[in-house]
Design a protein. Structure first.
Length: 260
């Protein structure tokens, strides 16, 4: 019997696989195409498959043991800004309290929270979104996943977070906040601890909710209480720990209140 010596032959299977674009490269721009308007049915089916694959990647990536808190906020605050430093302190406090810290992986508030978590020895996670103006992950992320579709990313953040900390930010931050509030208000998800860190920034919004939305009957007064506004990282940690959602993976019992 003769044996062929393949030691010097190139691994064609490997070389071809390396030439193939990654899953993210295959779906880049897919969300823009999908939202452009009516398309052929076959194109929509192809998009649905891409959604499914991206969900699968998210499920696998975010299967971690640590309870996770996601921190949102503007990408525009530089190192040294008071909100950057507050987010850094919050990330550190969360890590010391035993939480993994997840952000959108970008600069500004996201970088600060990841940085604080990493400096405190915690797990720092980034869930980046592919944008036309390329957003690179900050250097303080231990584990990174890239998403093409905003809605897939938002589902992953809500599903795998046990609390949100909302720092000062713009439309993207407000989008995450309001969608989560809507899911709770409509009963699509159980109550979820939401901390708005920075009273000077968030108080006008809370006042508007009370003076306009609740006063006109478009929301219930109790809906305003779904957001805990504070300047204290320690109070934020206490609120998250004591919230019925319970980030410690414990469930409420019938006698002393909480059981493992």
């Amino acid at each position: 019997m003769t044996h062929s010596d393949d030691g010097d032959k190139p691994d064609l299977h490997l070389s071809r696989s390396l030439e193939k674009p990654s899953l993210l490269e295959q779906v880049q721009g897919a969300e823009t195409e999908f939202l452009a308007g009516k398309r052929q049915h076959s194109d929509n089916v192809e998009s649905a498959v891409r959604f499914f694959l991206e969900f699968l990647r998210g499920f696998e990536f975010l299967s971690i043991e640590e309870p996770t808190v996601t921190v949102f906020g503007s990408a525009r605050f530089p190192d040294g800004h008071r909100y950057y430093e507050l987010a850094r302190k919050m990330g550190s406090a969360l890590a010391r309290a035993g939480f993994a810290v997840m952000t959108g992986a970008g600069p500004g508030i996201m970088e600060a929270a990841n940085r604080g978590a990493k400096e405190a020895g915690g797990l720092s996670i980034g869930a980046n979104i592919h944008l036309p103006q390329e957003q690179h992950a900050n250097p303080y992320v231990d584990r990174l996943i890239d998403f093409e579709h905003f809605f897939v990313r938002k589902v992953m953040l809500v599903k795998y977070s046990c609390a949100f900390v909302i720092m000062p930010g713009g439309f993207g931050t407000l989008d995450e906040l309001f969608e989560t509030l809507t899911l709770m208000q409509t009963g699509k998800m159980v109550d979820f601890p939401i901390v708005a860190l920075g009273t000077e920034f968030w108080s006008p919004m809370i006042d508007f909710f009370t003076a306009k939305l609740a006063a006109e009957g478009t929301i219930d007064p109790s809906d305003v209480d779904r957001i805990f506004v504070t300047d204290s990282c320690e109070d934020a940690i206490t609120f998250i720990h004591e919230h019925p959602r319970n980030c410690n993976n414990r469930v409420r019992g019938t006698d002393d209140g909480i059981h493992e």
